[in-house]
Structure formats: C-alpha cells, structure tokens
Write a protein that binds this ligand. Structure first.
Ligand SMILES: *[C@@H]1O[C@H](CO)[C@@H](O)[C@H](O)[C@H]1NC(C)=O
Length: 335
C-alpha cells in the first residue's frame, strides 16, 4: 500500500472539520442532542484510530519482496576450456559460450593453444558477455599431434588445462585479458569443458555443490551409449566402461568436477602430459581423492547431462579449387 503523508493529513483534516460542523449544528438544536453528539464523537474517535493505524503503517519499512537467493552465496563454477585454431573453432566456441551464458555465477577460463592471444578468440570473448579469463599455453613441439595421427594417440589440451590450474593457484596472469574475475578466496568448483561437447544447463547446477570431486555419466563416449560411475546406496562402487576398466579413474574429462579448495590444498596436483592413453584424468584425480569418495550426481549417475559429441571436419575441396583460381572466399571475413 502506498500512502502519502499529505493525503493522510488531508483525510484527517476533512474528517475533523465535518465532525466539528456536525457538532456545531447539533448545538443549535433545542431538543436533546446528546445522542447525536455522542455518535459524532464516536465517529471521530474511530477515524482517529484509523488515522493513527495508517500513520503507523507509513513509518514501517515496506515488506521485502520475495527474492532469489543472493547470487554471491553461490559457489563460482570455473569452466576450463582448452581450444586451438581450426575451421570449426569459432562455431564451437559460440555454441559453448551461449550454453554457458545460461548459467549464473560462472567464470570461463579459456586457454588457447597458441603463441599469443588470437584476434578470433579475443573478439569472441569481448562479445560473449561472460565473465572470463583468457590464457595462452602453446603445446610443446614434441607433444603435438603429427599430421595424420589419430587424436587419441596423444592427450590433447594438457598444457592448456595445467595453465588454467596455475592461474587458479594465483601463479599465472591473464595474458589475453579478463572480465570480472572472481575475487581470490571465492568459493568455487572447477570443471574441464572441451569446446566440442554438448552440455545441458542442468549439469552445472548438479556440480555446484561439489565438496571434493563429483561425478556423473557422459553420453556417446568410449564406444558406448554412455560411460559413467556405477552407484549403489549413494556410493560409487565401480565404473561402467568397456575399455581398461582397471584404470584408477576410468572417467571422461567431462565426467567430473573438483572443488576449488581441494585443488588449492594439493599444489602439486596437475595433468601428466606423459600419462598413457586414457590415463590423463587419473593422473590428476589420483592426487586428489580415493575413488570410493567420489560424489555421485545426476540422480545417482542415472541421468546423462553431457555428451561427447564430435564435430565433423568440414571438407574444403571447393574452397581450395577456387583459391587456386584466385577466387577463394574473402579471407577478411571471419568464419
Ligand atoms: C541416491 O541414492 C541414495 C541411496 O540409495 C538415496 O538415498 C538418494 O535419495 C538417491 N539420490 C537421488 C538424487 O536419487
């Protein structure tokens, strides 16, 4: 209710005046007018009461509107994404950044495999509206995939993820710039999100309350419909995987999140670039937790909220042909 003090006094004045007039009129009557006077006095008293109630209401602060929980109370989700230049890079990053835009209290740590920040990635970050940190880490020559080598031979994105870990530990500056980085000491959760996967926004709320390391299934990976932890009585008792189930943590990179305090409490924990095939995730997690202490999320690991999708490499046959004729697509148009 919105009341103006002025209006309250106006009402008070009018009521008092009419009461007084009424009383004066009654005075002029020769007959017994005391009942009339009493009625008028009662009337005035009731109005007085009403006015003092209204005044009391004016003095009270307005009731607080129902509000969502304070955003500052939410732990920050640090999403670490390694990325490298290729034809589909911008398409992947646009798609990912627009998914991440749906998630509150999220900080995107994008790490380029390059000598320095590239205009494509810098421009995309400047325009995406997310809070971000732009890092750069060039993969050393010896670890690089050779031409024609299948992607699984060497782990990809190791240098980049380790650079992000160093930044989280305060040992690395944001070479490519940043926007609204969370203050040091903010509560947080770290998630490694490659730029080609598909993420449901629900996944991020599942991981937000991670105390140590939380886990969930990943769809379309390892040659299966999904891979993920097996859960009994709310505890991780094993893993559903077809390949090397004896690995300490047969988990996909997209299948776990780590609480920031746990990462900070183990300053040596990072990915091992020399880890054998499929052991990269284990090389970090073995420093952090016992498999039985993993926290199952996504309805005890029965819901798939992230998919290991792969974008097909576009064929550029016509482009190359036109380029040979000097009529290739305008190189100044960013794709
Ligand atoms: C997970 O399983 C435990 C134990 O069976 C149960 O208490 C809990 O409610 C389950 N959680 C969910 C989200 O289904």
């Amino acid at each position: 209710m919105k009341l103006k003090l002025k209006n309250v006094f106006l009402v008070y004045f009018l009521v008092s005046l009419s009461g007084l007039l009424y009383a004066l009129l009654q005075l002029g009557q020769p007959c017994d007018c005391s009942p009339h006077l009493r009625a008028a006095a009662d009337h005035l008293r009731r109005k007085d009461l009403k006015i003092s109630q209204l005044q009391a209401e004016l003095g009270r602060p307005p009731p607080a509107p129902a509000q969502p929980p304070e955003p500052e109370a939410l732990p920050v989700i640090y999403v670490v994404t390694p990325t490298y230049a290729r034809l589909v890079q911008k398409a992947e990053l646009v798609r990912l950044s627009q998914t991440l835009s749906l998630v509150p209290r999220l900080h995107w740590v994008l790490v380029e495999d390059a000598e320095g920040p590239t205009p494509l990635v810098s421009g995309l970050l400047a325009a995406c509206g997310l809070s971000f940190t732009h890092l750069v880490a060039l993969t050393p020559k010896g670890q690089r995939l050779r031409e024609g080598e299948p992607g699984w031979v060497r782990p990809r994105g190791v240098e980049q993820r380790n650079r992000a870990l160093a930044w989280l530990r305060g040992k690395e500056a944001a070479v490519g710039g940043d926007r609204e980085p969370p203050p040091p000491g903010a509560r947080g959760v770290v998630y490694f999100a490659d730029d080609d996967n598909t993420y449901s926004r629900e996944l991020f709320e599942e991981m937000r309350g991670t105390r140590g390391v939380s886990v969930w299934p990943v769809g379309l990976v390892g040659g299966l419909r999904f891979e993920g932890p097996r859960v009994q009585g709310g505890q991780v008792v094993g893993f559903h995987t077809a390949w090397e189930p004896e690995r300490p943590f047969p988990l996909d990179m997209a299948g776990f999140a780590i609480s920031l305090p746990l990462l900070l409490s183990r300053p040596g924990a990072q990915f091992d670039p020399t880890a054998p095939r499929g052991h990269l995730e284990s090389s970090l997690l073995s420093h952090l937790i016992d498999p039985k202490d993993l926290e199952p999320r996504a309805a005890n690991c029965t819901r798939v909220l992230v998919w290991h999708t792969r974008t097909e490499k576009p064929k550029m046959k016509q482009e190359e042909q036109l380029q040979r004729q000097g009529r290739g697509s305008d190189p100044s148009v960013e794709v």
